[in-house]
Design a protein around this ligand. Structure first.
Ligand SMILES: Nc1ncnc2c1ncn2[C@@H]1O[C@H](COP(=O)(O)OP(=O)(O)OP(=O)(O)O)[C@@H](O)[C@H]1O
Ligand SMILES: [Mg+2]
Length: 345
């Protein structure tokens, strides 16, 4: 393993679900040809509206779902169709933490056993050593040793998510896949869990793919960000490039909805409100999947041609939009008299 080798390389990842005839039939195009790379020690964000395929990507990576097509490499090794036996060793390297700390922890198992389970399953520690490592891990996530005898239902949401993190990290994985780990929590405890993820990452050095709706969390936490829409990646760039100069009209509209800390800037900012919801992934729109909601789409180009993810300026900032200039200039979605664009003054 070389120092520059990515921890995770996802290429052309595709996941389709067949809908049973009793429910109308058809195929859900949940994820279509997604490429994602996570470097060593990087925290990479994956953002997009509900139904854009974020959880499906995360579940394919940890192999809770079998991909329909594409390749997933972990430290250069192809794990796309790894066998049940292969999965065992994989679990030591990649772990997932879920959105809902209520349903993802077994209510009948005390916290100490929940955190010990991966150690026992992989035969990594025995006897007293298990207790010692569980105690250390609980301490790392900010829980006291007496928590190990408590049951998940006795704990607050924030503490349960700390237990979820302890279980996911006790084997020292090189990759943590976190699927909206704070969105089910009270706003008041979200920041403490986000700070904890950041501290743990600095301390333990794992790489992380962090799935989120909430752009301010991603801005705080992530080094690089992928924006997804209806199963496609529409933009990817470093946090600074993406937040300071978004290129794709979809990213621009997502960012325009984020509250700014400066009230003056907030008053001046123009908000782009997209019409309608994300279309059905059973019959996704042709061409650019965003064209049915895009305030600046040009026809027939955007309806007919699928835009490629293009790096316009040689800085690894890439966008999939026909209307981004060859110099990386973004189309202006907040100007003009388009009725779909609502100006907030
Ligand atoms: N097992 C399944 N069978 C059929 N369709 C599915 C299945 N799992 C997900 N889907 C569909 O695939 C699409 C993507 O779902 P996914 O859960 O990955 O989205 P998401 O971006 O994680 O959304 P959210 O932000 O709401 O969690 C959705 O239309 C969803 O209904
Ligand atoms: Mg999800």
């Amino acid at each position: 393993m070389s120092a520059s080798e990515p921890v995770l390389e996802v290429s052309g990842l595709t996941k389709h679900f067949d809908v049973p005839r009793s429910r109308g039939g058809g195929v859900v195009h949940a994820v279509d040809g997604v490429d994602i790379t996570v470097g060593q020690g990087e925290i990479v964000g994956l953002v997009g509206e509900s139904g854009s395929g974020k959880s499906t990507v995360a579940r394919c990576i940890v192999r809770l779902l079998e991909p329909t097509a594409g390749r997933i490499r972990l430290h250069g090794k192809d794990i796309s169709h790894v066998s049940r036996r292969g999965m065992r060793s994989l679990r030591r390297q990649v772990h997932m933490v879920f959105q809902d700390p209520y349903s993802s922890l077994d209510p009948r198992t005390p916290v100490g056993d929940i955190v010990a389970e991966p150690l026992r399953m992989h035969g990594i520690a025995r006897g007293r050593d298990v207790g010692r490592r569980v105690g250390e891990m609980l301490e790392r996530v900010g829980l006291s040793a007496d928590m190990r005898r408590r049951y998940p239902h006795e704990l607050s949401g924030g503490r349960r998510q700390r237990v979820g993190l302890a279980r996911s990290l006790v084997l020292g994985p090189s990759l943590l896949v976190a699927d909206e780990p704070v969105s089910a929590l009270d706003v008041s405890v979200r920041a403490s869990i986000i700070n904890l993820v950041l501290d743990l990452q600095r301390d333990m050095g794992f790489s992380c793919l962090f799935v989120a709706h909430d752009l301010s969390t991603v801005e705080f936490l992530c080094n690089r960000v992928y924006v997804t829409y209806l199963g496609h990646i529409v933009e990817v760039g470093s946090r600074d490039r993406l937040f300071d100069a978004p290129r794709h009209p979809y990213t621009q509209s997502l960012l325009s909805a984020v509250a700014l800390p400066d009230p003056r800037l907030q008053r001046e900012r123009r908000r782009v409100v997209l019409p309608g919801d994300v279309p059905s992934p059973i019959e996704p729109p042709s061409g650019c999947r965003f064209h049915t909601r895009c305030p600046v789409a040009e026809f027939p180009l955007c309806r007919e041609q699928v835009p490629e993810l293009v790096e316009h300026t040689g800085d690894r900032h890439r966008a999939a939009c026909h209307l981004v200039g060859t110099d990386g200039r973004a189309p202006d979605v907040s100007g003009g008299a388009d009725p779909l664009v609502h100006h907030q003054t």
